[in-house]
Design a protein around this ligand. Structure first.
Ligand code: URA
Length: 250
């Protein structure tokens, strides 16, 4: 094989990975941006943090192992970020407070916002099936929550300031449940827990850690529904099996 052919293959491989990444994020089309006027100021790299986390003491943060009830109580009728203006209700979390396996998604969708429970819509049905039929565990045996507890309007990705504001409560949930393994569902949850921008198509199925707890990033069930291929189903199935096996190690 000669150099240019290898190079072309590499470019195609990178382009395919990038398209898969966009697809995982729900991008199905794009509009060409109008050319910027020559004098336009460069766009800032990060959106400004409109709502910096409140400087407040949260009672549960003083406890070595808070209860989920204490974390929920500190969250209260939260108005710390703009998501409270459009939500119907807070979707805190669901499942076994002593679970070995914890699933962390992105944020409630429409059904979750109406029912007050995480992963109860179409993506939730698939997640439940993967847990119950795939892992042979009742859903009630694991703990499921999201990086933000209120539905982002129109199911947009949560903004950085919303994620930052809600993070103390996710941390509280992790410290309360003390799972043996966290499964991060999709790019936003994986990026938050790994502390960097995660390319989920490359990094799913690999082990990481969050504050000492093993983390397995995998595809979000909504992505698997959109790209319902045998390959994607098999990859998630392998990730979940690896997560379960690790959670059962002595
Ligand atoms: N998608 C998520 O990330 N979380 C939910 O609770 C539902 C859909």
């Amino acid at each position: 094989m000669d150099g240019p052919v290898d190079e072309t293959r590499e470019v195609l491989r990178a382009a395919r990975a990038w398209l898969a990444e966009l697809s995982e994020e729900g991008v199905t089309s794009y509009e060409r941006m109008p050319a910027a006027p020559a004098t336009a100021a460069p766009a800032p790299l990060d959106p400004p943090v409109a709502n910096p986390p409140r400087d407040e003491t949260l009672a549960f943060e003083g406890a070595p192992r808070p209860t989920l009830e204490a974390v929920r109580e500190s969250l209260g009728d939260c108005d710390r970020c703009p998501l409270h203006q459009t939500r119907n209700q807070i979707v805190f979390g669901d499942g076994n407070p002593d679970a070995d396996l914890m699933f962390v998604g992105e944020g409630p969708g429409e059904n979750e916002d109406l029912q007050g429970l995480p992963f109860v819509g179409k993506a939730g049905e698939l997640l439940t099936k993967m847990i119950e039929a795939g892992l042979d565990l009742p859903r009630s045996e694991v703990y499921i929550c999201n990086i933000v507890k209120c539905r982002p309007p129109g199911n947009r990705d949560p903004h950085a300031d919303e994620v930052a504001t809600c993070r103390r409560f996710l941390d509280g949930q992790i410290r309360a449940v003390q799972p043996k393994v966290i499964v991060a569902l999709g790019k936003p949850a994986s990026s938050l827990l790994l502390g960097r921008n995660v390319a989920i198509t490359r990094e799913r199925g690999t082990w990481h850690e969050y504050q000492g707890t093993p983390v397995m990033p995998t595809f979000h069930p909504a992505y698997v529904l959109r790209q319902y291929t045998a390959d994607n189903r098999r990859l998630v199935w392998e990730d979940l099996k690896a997560a379960l096996a690790k959670s059962r190690e002595a």
